[in-house]
Design a protein around this ligand. Sequence first.
Ligand code: FES
Length: 121
Amino acid sequence: MDQVTPLNRWVEIGRLEDIPKRGARVVKTDAGCVAVFRTFEDAVYALEDRCPHKNGPLSDGIVHGDAVTCPLHNWVISFETGQAQGADEGSVRTFPVKVENGALFLDTGRVLRSASVLSAA
Ligand code: FES
């Protein structure tokens, strides 16, 4: 069961079938672009659409397993943690996303809170 707080703001962003397997879709938010990925097994993940290396568009990367390889210099980013894998160091923000009856929902409350924490830092 999802943890619901007054700060959750689930917004429907489309249908699972709108994203091809091993593909991504970009959702524009007030806090920047979020890449929503669908794995071959139909798991979905949402990450900030900016590689921690040099801001490459992760949504254009190659999805394999539970990770994406950046299209610019091949860093591998974990969907679960947002962390760069192997010897590379850095991370991107991850956001809650869920599927209900085939519809995709993104917690935009978490996206906006994450952005305000960054801007206040
Ligand atoms: S910008 Fe992603 S690996 Fe360089």
